[in-house]
Write a protein that binds this ligand. Structure first.
Ligand code: SF4
Length: 199
C-alpha cells in the first residue's frame, strides 16, 4: 500500500510507512550502492556507501539510505559531487582489504576510485557482516561471528556449530562480496577434519 510520496533524483516516488530511503529508491528502480545490505536482514548501516543527500526544512543532510526512513515530502539526491567523493574514498579504503573483489572493482569503475590509493592489507574480509548477520538472523545458528576488535577484528566460524550446521547449508557463501568467507570456511573445515582424524 502506498501511503506517502517523496522526490528522489527529481522523480516522484511512492513509498509506504516504515520503508527506508534505500527500499523506496530501489522500488522505483533507482540504484544506490551497498555492500552490507540484504533485504532479509535488519539494516546495518555499516558500509556507508549508501549515503545520500536529504533536503528537509531548507537544510541538506547526508544520511545512510538503508537506515533513514522514507518520509512524506522529502527531497533526496542519490548522486552529487559530494556523494561520489565519499563513495570513491570508501571504495578505495575497502579495496585495500579485498583488491580482487569483483563487487569493489565495479564500484571502483563507477566512482573512479584509485585502486592503489591505500597500502594493501589483504585480509579479504571487509567486515560487511552479511555472513554473520545472515547466520544469526535468518538461519538462527550463529555458526559464524566476529572476533576481536579494532584493526584485529575478523570473522570466524565456530567449529563445533559449523561442523553440525554449515556443511549442508552454505547459504551465506553467495552473499560475501569478497573471497574471505569461503577461505575461512575451508580453513575451519580442514581444522575440524584434522582434529577428527587425530582423535
Ligand atoms: S567474510 Fe565476506 S560476508 Fe563475511 S563479513 Fe567478511 S566480507 Fe562480509
Amino acid at each position: 500500500m502506498t501511503d506517502l510520496s517523496l522526490r528522489i533524483d527529481g522523480r516522484d516516488v511512492a513509498a509506504t510507512q516504515g520503508m527506508s530511503l534505500l527500499e523506496a529508491a530501489r522500488g522505483a528502480g533507482i540504484s544506490i550502492p551497498t555492500v552490507c545490505h540484504h533485504e532479509k536482514l535488519e539494516p546495518f548501516g555499516g558500509c556507508r556507501l549508501c549515503m545520500v543527500e536529504v533536503e528537509a526544512a531548507g537544510r541538506t543532510t547526508l544520511v545512510a539510505a538503508c537506515t533513514y526512513p522514507a518520509g512524506k515530502g522529502l527531497v533526496v539526491k542519490t548522486r552529487s559531487e559530494q556523494i561520489d567523493r565519499i563513495r570513491k574514498l570508501l571504495t578505495e579504503q575497502l579495496l585495500a582489504y579485498a583488491p580482487e573483489s569483483e563487487v569493489l572493482q565495479n564500484l571502483a569503475r563507477e566512482y573512479r576510485a584509485d585502486k592503489d590509493r591505500f597500502p594493501k592489507e589483504p585480509s579479504f574480509c571487509i567486515l560487511c557482516g552479511l555472513c554473520v548477520r545472515y547466520c544469526a538472523e535468518v538461519k538462527q545458528r550463529n555458526a559464524v561471528g566476529f572476533i576481536d576488535r579494532g584493526p584485529s577484528r575478523e570473522i570466524s566460524f565456530v567449529p563445533e556449530i559449523a561442523a553440525a550446521e554449515c556443511w549442508e547449508c552454505k547459504e551465506c557463501f553467495p552473499l560475501c562480496p569478497t573471497s574471505a568467507l569461503q577461505a575461512a570456511f575451508v580453513l575451519t573445515r580442514s581444522r575440524t577434519s584434522s582434529e577428527e582424524v587425530s582423535k
